[in-house]
Design a protein around this ligand. Sequence first.
Ligand SMILES: Nc1ncnc2c1ncn2[C@@H]1O[C@H](COP(=O)(O)OP(=O)(O)OP(=O)(O)O)[C@@H](O)[C@H]1O
Length: 315
Amino acid sequence: MYLEAIRLEKRYGWRPVLRNVSLGAGPGILAVVGPNGAGKTTLLRVLAGVLPPSRGCVRWQGREIADDPAAYRWQMGYKPQDLSVYPGQTVAAALRYLARLKGIPDALVDERVTEVAEEWGLASVASRPLATLSRGWRQRFFLAQALLADPDILILDEPAVALDECGRQQLFRRLRLLARERVVIVGGHGLRELTEVADRVLVLKRGTVRFLGTPSQLAAWAAGWVWELCLPPGDPALERLRRRFVVTGRRDEPARAGQGRLQVLRLLARRRPHPAAAPVEPGPVEGYLRCIADEPDRPGVPRRLQVIDPPGRPW
Ligand SMILES: Nc1ncnc2c1ncn2[C@@H]1O[C@H](COP(=O)(O)OP(=O)(O)OP(=O)(O)O)[C@@H](O)[C@H]1O
């Protein structure tokens, strides 16, 4: 089971949105992350075969998906960012309709619809028209429809958006189970959750692949850049540090003898940002921030880098 993208290019009019994107994905979860407008949705749409690339190709099991798009669609479940469906249809009727479109035999449609509706907690709203659903319920509906045909490859664009805490936990648990035997590609912004659940991470920036590897390899990008320091809450250095550096974590430390409560600040800096700061192991989120900061927004202007590590003594 293997999905491959080979030197993908995508242009909207004259504007390049994907540039020379290549990747390979076997069973497991591949998270596609990147800043707004990086091209994540475009890449997922090209991988799902709903948008043709301007150049390059996508192969599933060694075969170009463009050669037999219908066969690929039967093996693939896709959850777009949003889905146009008939607002007057009930959840159950829409699932039945989509099940037939996906080629599920009539005799099995009702059974399968009931199964996915239960899996995604939709049973209680099955008879409600889609237009009356809240965003979270709609999201569950989109996820359920992607799984109707029990696909070998699952492509999900922002699957956790609008889900409540239980829904998010359930989603990521289910994705881990599904990924044992399926290729699961998930795009979105919940970087902390995604890097916890993913086997591999692809970072897109301005349509190019900035990184493709495991979450721990991503974390290694920030090696030597992550610092923690512990100061009393009223210390003026805290505010100065917050303004000057990218803060990636903040927590209260329980009271120590004679010191009262302390605040722990975790931040990115090329050099020790304060005499009390100690270097700590980076996490994938910090690796990601380094990874996208490394590239100047415009040639010769390392803007993000300056924000991360301003010149001069910061404290
Ligand atoms: N149909 C379209 N026509 C023209 N430009 C488009 C179209 N769809 C997307 N774009 C542009 O392509 C670029 C990439 O968009 P895309 O939606 O793929 O990014 P994204 O990484 O998913 O963004 P976000 O995180 O904000 O959802 C953006 O600059 C966007 O404005």
